[in-house]
Design a protein around this ligand. Structure first.
Ligand code: DOR
Ligand code: ZN
Ligand code: ZN
Length: 426
């Protein structure tokens, strides 16, 4: 079976930017042809993508799929349905499941379950320490053999600097990065939103910027000490952005991501008791939001990942300080990020870099649009305007602060292994 994606602009930054058609045969990109090319056979399935943009499949390297263990929040299936609807051809689930993904069996379970679904591809991230307890290293080698692409103790930051050093040295040998959830839990001290005048106004205990930045600083030093790759998750403070900028200038082996909420919202947007505005790290001040945008612009922030963190009403419909941290993101990440393009801050090429190419590089895959490569592609309709409606989410959870927000652009079609796994027909 052959498929021709016709009429679109293809963007693969630094490689292609122009009106071309893409011929797909079986699961591979077979040829990139001029729209006038008449050699194309008549019995081909045509995908009319006139006015759309075709890009290398988007990859979200930071999601929580909750299975095994918390299937009432999300399953691998509902999470991947959300992923393909959001335009993602691959995702990296974090290990804070129950049981924790700290061993080969859990890694294999996740990979096998995802493979059977045939939706987005799944590249799991394993735990650094057994049970995310920060005491003993997990079975990192075994998990690597089973298919993990990185390790992290996301949600339970590793406090023991010596153990962190050992983990970095070990992972350097395995050639995988450590994803760091940079948080000093002593400085957080039970806080639940950004520390500052707004938290005081609401009577909510604050979390200082330093809770993130001291750990960013520590792990930059440990990355430089060991030469191992450190990838900082969900960067939210201006001081972290600056520390990473300087570290990169020195040649440290560090990369980082931010999430759409950190360049879209600030602490002043936190509505009194709406726990859908509660996530970790918290929404910061306007100066932090601007620093995050500047970091995206100058390349300090390599990529955008959603930190898709589904929670049920049970964890969210409680007082702010008792609610779970986290918001869903797979189905809002692309439109919120496209806003940076509509505002003239990033080019479409920059966006593709941040949402497809850099994520691929970090997990060691190649998603170039070129003949012979697997046809993992996202077709974006960047012009359609609509309001975000959590009732339309495929995710099992609806915990988003973006309900009702007007946005422009979304995935029109998601193709994985040459197969259409999602098409927007509304
Ligand atoms: O907001 C968050 N939610 N931050 C984390 O680090 C963990 C995550 C979760 O698992 O819900
Ligand atoms: Zn985290
Ligand atoms: Zn996370």
């Amino acid at each position: 079976m052959q498929v021709l994606i016709k009429g679109a602009r293809i963007i693969d930054p630094g490689k292609i930017d122009g009106k071309k058609d893409i011929l797909i045969k079986d699961h591979l990109i077979c040829a990139i042809v001029d729209p006038e090319d008449t050699r194309i056979r008549a019995d081909i399935e045509i995908i009319d993508a006139t006015g759309m943009v075709v890009v290398p499949g988007l990859i979200d390297i930071h999601v929580h799929l909750r299975e095994p263990g918390e299937e009432y929040k999300e399953t691998i299936k509902t999470g991947l349905l959300a992923a393909v609807r959001g335009g993602f051809t691959a995702v990296c689930p974090m290990p804070n499941t129950n049981p924790v993904n700290d061993n080969r069996q859990v890694t294999q379970f996740i990979i096998n379950r995802a493979a059977k679904l045939g939706l987005s591809k799944v590249y799991p991230v394993g735990a650094i320490t057994q049970g995310l307890l920060g005491v003993t290293l997990a079975q990192i080698y075994d998990m690597k053999q089973a298919g993990i692409v990185a390790v992290t103790d996301d949600g339970n930051p590793l406090e023991n600097s010596k153990l962190m050093r050992q983990a970095l040295e070990y992972c350097k040998g395995l050639n995988i990065p450590i994803f760091v959830h940079a948080e000093d839990t002593c400085l957080v001290d039970g806080g639940s939103m950004n520390e500052g005048s707004f938290a005081r106004l609401l009577g909510i205990k604050g979390i200082p910027n330093a809770a993130e930045t001291v750990m960013v600083a520590r792990d930059i030093l440990l990355a430089e000490l060991t030469g191992a790759g450190v990838h900082f998750c969900h960067i939210s403070t201006k001081e972290s952005v600056e520390a990473i900028r300087q570290a990169k200038k020195r040649g440290a082996n560090v990369t980082c991501e931010t999430a759409p909420h950190y360049f879209t919202l600030i602490d002043e947007d936190v509505k009194n008791d709406d726990t859908n505005f509660k996530m970790n790290p918290p929404l910061r001040a306007e100066q932090d939001r601007l620093a995050v945008i500047q970091g995206l612009l100058d390349g300090t922030i390599d990529l955008i990942a959603s930190d898709h963190a589904p929670h049920s009403v049970k964890e969210k419909d409680v007082e702010f300080d008792r609610a779970a941290f986290g918001i869903v993101g797979l189905e809002t990440s692309l439109p919120l990020s496209l806003n940076l393009v509509h505002e003239g801050i990033l080019t479409m090429g920059d966006l593709v870099n941040k949402m497809a190419k850099q994520p691929a590089k970090i997990i060691g895959i190649n998603n170039d649009i070129k003949p012979g490569n697997v046809a993992d592609l996202t077709i974006i309709d960047s012009d359609v305007s609509y309001a975000i409606d959590p009732e339309t989410f495929k995710s099992r959870s609806k915990n988003t602060p973006f309900s009702g927000r007007k946005v422009k652009g979304r995935a029109f079609l998601t193709m994985v292994n040459g197969k259409v796994v999602y098409r927007n027909d509304t």
